[in-house]
Design a protein around this ligand. Structure first.
Ligand code: ZN
Length: 347
C-alpha cells in the first residue's frame, strides 16, 4: 500500500504533526460516484474552471480548504488573498507537507502543477508573483476545494495512525536547490526541505548565509521511511552526487556555506557516516582525500519559500540546467532501483 507524509485534522480540530498515512487510490468509476462531473473533470482530469466562476473565489470566512476528493486540509483562510486573477489564491499551503509540486510542461509553458499528496488530485498551479512573506501565488480551482469553517473542523477529524515512524537526515553538499532535487527522486523519501544548518537561528536567512560567515551550510532535511530506504543508502547517494573532496566549494559556488557536511542527529548516524567515509577512502574512490565534515545537528532552519522545490519550478533556468539537472540524471542512472515509480517513469 503506497503511503505519504502529511498533516491531517486531529480530534481537537487542529492539524496534527506530520504522519504517515495510506494514499487514497480509487478507480475512475469510483471517483465518478463521489464527485460531481465538474469536480471530476478538474481534479482527476487536470482541468481548469473558468475564471471568476468558482464558488470559493470571494469566500472570506475563517477556516480550512480541504481537498474535495479526500478531505486533506490544503489551505487556511489566513493565507488567502485577492489576486484579481479570477481564481482563489493563497500565498502558502496550510502545511508544507500537504501540497505536492510537479513540473507541468503542457500548453507550451513551464508551470508548476500542485497536487494533493494523498490522492493525487489536480488542484491548480503555483506562480512566483504572490505577496509577502512568501512571494508565491497558489492558484486554485474552487472545484478542487471543500471549505470548512473552524467550528466544523472536528467533523473532519481523522484517526492518527500510531505506527508512523519516519526519520530525518540533514546533509550539505553545495547549493541546496540541487541537493533537494536529488533526494526528491528516491522512493521512501517523503519530504526534502531546503534550509540552513550549522549556525544560529538569528542568521538562518539567505542574505546572511551568503556572506559565508554565519557557520551555516546550505543543507537539506530529508524525511524518510527507514523501512524503505536506509540512512546508509542516503549517504551513498549523497557521496555520489556531490564532490566530497572539494573544500568549502562545489563547482562555481565558493564559501563555507557550500561545504560538504553530514549533520548527524545520533551516534548511530555519526558512526555510519564515519564507516562509509573509511570505506570510500580505503577503496580509493576519489583522487583526493574526503573533506566532508561530520557535525552534530543543533538545529535545522527551513529556507525561504521561494527556495523550496526550486528545480521543479525553474527547470529551464541556466544554472539549473547546467548544475542541478545533471545531478538528477546521475541519480536516475546510478540508483535506478531506489527511485520513486513516477521518477523512474518520467524522461
Ligand atoms: Zn486529496
Amino acid at each position: 500500500m503506497p503511503t505519504t507524509y502529511v498533516r491531517v485534522i486531529g480530534p481537537d480540530g487542529k492539524l496534527t504533526p506530520p504522519v504517515v498515512v495510506s494514499k487514497v487510490i480509487k478507480t475512475e468509476e469510483e471517483w465518478k460516484k463521489i464527485l460531481t462531473p465538474e469536480q471530476f473533470r478538474v481534479t482527476r482530469g487536470s482541468g481548469t474552471e473558468p475564471a471568476f466562476c468558482g464558488g470559493l473565489l470571494k469566500n472570506k470566512e475563517d477556516g480550512y480548504y480541504l481537498c474535495v476528493d479526500c478531505n486533506l486540509p490544503l489551505f487556511q483562510s489566513n493565507a488567502k488573498f485577492e489576486s484579481g486573477t479570477g481564481w482563489p489564491s493563497f500565498f502558502q499551503p496550510a502545511a508544507p507537507e500537504n501540497v505536492r509540486e510537479k513540473s507541468d510542461l503542457s500548453h507550451g509553458m513551464v508551470r508548476t502543477e500542485i497536487l494533493c499528496p494523498r490522492c493525487d488530485a489536480h488542484l491548480g498551479h503555483i506562480f512566483e508573483d504572490g505577496p509577502k512573506p512568501t512571494g508565491l501565488r497558489y492558484c486554485l480551482n474552487s472545484e478542487a476545494l471543500r471549505f470548512v469553517a473552524n467550528d466544523k473542523l472536528k467533523d473532519f477529524a481523522e484517526k492518527v495512525p500510531s505506527q508512523s515512524k519516519v526519520e530525518e537526515a540533514v546533509f550539505a553538499g553545495g547549493c541546496f536547490w540541487c541537493t533537494e532535487a536529488v533526494f526528491e527522486q528516491l522512493d521512501g523519501v517523503y519530504d526534502v526541505v531546503s534550509g540552513y544548518a550549522g549556525g544560529d537561528a538569528s542568521t538562518a536567512n539567505y542574505p546572511a548565509v551568503c556572506t559565508g560567515t554565519t557557520g551555516h551550510a546550505e543543507s537539506v532535511k530529508i524525511v524518510y521511511d527507514p523501512a524503505r530506504i536506509s540512512f546508509e543508502k542516503l549517504l551513498k547517494v549523497h557521496f555520489a552526487t556531490h564532490d566530497p573532496t572539494s573544500l568549502n566549494r562545489q563547482g562555481a559556488d565558493v564559501g563555507t556555506q557550500y561545504r560538504s557536511a553530514i549533520f548527524y542527529a545520533s551516534d548511530q548516524q555519526k558512526q555510519l557516516a564515519e564507516a562509509l567515509i573509511a570505506d570510500l577512502t580505503a577503496a580509493k574512490a576519489y583522487k583526493k582525500p574526503i573533506v566532508t565534515t561530520l557535525e552534530p545537528l543543533k538545529g535545522f532552519y527551513p529556507a525561504e519559500a521561494h527556495h523550496q522545490n526550486y528545480v521543479c519550478r525553474n527547470p529551464n533556468q541556466g544554472y539549473i540546467e547546467s548544475v542541478a539537472l545533471p545531478k538528477v540524471e546521475k541519480v536516475r542512472e546510478k540508483f535506478k532501483e531506489l527511485l520513486k515509480p513516477q521518477a523512474a517513469a518520467t524522461p
